[in-house]
Design a protein around this ligand. Structure first.
Ligand code: HH2
Length: 261
């Protein structure tokens, strides 16, 4: 899954693809590099990020969905907390809703997912982006995160979301410290064993900087991102959300050719 942030302030690539032509070209590059899916986001969820109004988010993402549809029929997902944005994006051509709140941000999130009928990513986040990294605590991060995700999946199914439309994502870096993230990574096979496809987002995240403090610039985190992507693949994740599609596809292909994938 290639990341396309059409925001001025994303931590990893903020402002670079904010205009439609630049976004379309980045999508083209990711498709040529082997992306199977592109995730479009109009609101940054980086720690400390301020919320954005739905109209602004729509002004950012809808023209980009239309522009990508001019060049490709690659599946698109919409990375949004807002049911209204998800609805409009799906109508415009997106085929998946990626909700980092795990369908908890709005009272009609779950019902909207059921009505849309498209695949939905239920991600785990402790707190909200503005404050989530202030002092996250867990007794047992693996157990807590995975059982919350499973519970959210059951809430969604009870409201009419089909089981085979549900993806789970542990939300690396969303209300989690380094030790929490590492424990969750180590336990990913247990998450995959729940029977839902798992999406993993580790690309350029602060977790890499927590291990290599010289990697202050997110673009200097490729090595660590690739290490985490391969580790996730070994643990059975179904998709990996990345900024550096070419490098990740290459790493996965070489790893598979070596007979370990
Ligand atoms: N991470 C980010 C955003 N959306 N969605 C899922 N399902 N999983 C993730 O790990 C995930 C996500 C944060 O990364 P990015 O989009 O690069 O930055 P920003 O939120 O600042 O736009």
């Amino acid at each position: 899954m290639g990341v396309l942030n059409v925001t001025p302030d994303s931590f990893s690539d903020g402002g670079r693809f904010a205009d439609v032509d630049a976004a379309r070209e980045q999508a083209r590059r990711m498709i040529e590099a082997g992306a199977d899916l592109i995730d479009i986001g109009g609101e940054s969820t980086r720690p400390g990020a301020a919320p954005v109004a739905a109209e602004i988010e729509l002004q950012r993402v809808l023209p980009v969905i239309a522009a990508i549809r001019e060049i490709s029929d690659i599946p698109l997902s919409i990375d949004t907390l807002k049911p209204a944005v998800a609805r409009a994006a799906v109508q415009a051509g997106a085929g998946m809703w990626n909700d980092v709140s795990g369908l908890t941000a709005f009272p009609d999130s779950v019902a909207t997912a059921a009505a849309l009928g498209c695949p939905v990513v239920i991600m785990h986040m402790k707190g909200r982006p503005a404050t989530m990294q202030d002092d996250p605590r867990y007794d047992d991060p693996v157990k807590e995160v995975f059982s919350e995700l499973e519970a959210r999946a059951h809430v969604a199914m009870a409201a009419g979301v089909a089981r085979d439309k549900i993806w789970l994502d542990p939300g690396i870096g969303f209300g989690k410290r380094l030790e929490h993230n590492l424990a969750i990574m180590a336990g990913l096979d247990r998450l995959a064993a729940l029977g839902f496809p798992v999406l993993l987002g580790v690309s350029r995240k602060r977790t890499v900087m927590a291990i290599d403090p010289t990697a202050v610039d997110p673009r200097d985190r490729l090595g660590g991102s690739l290490a985490m992507a391969l580790f996730g693949a070994a643990k059975g994740v179904a998709a990996i959300r990345v900024h550096d599609v070419r490098e990740t596809v290459q790493a996965l292909r070489v790893w598979a050719a070596l007979g370990v994938g």
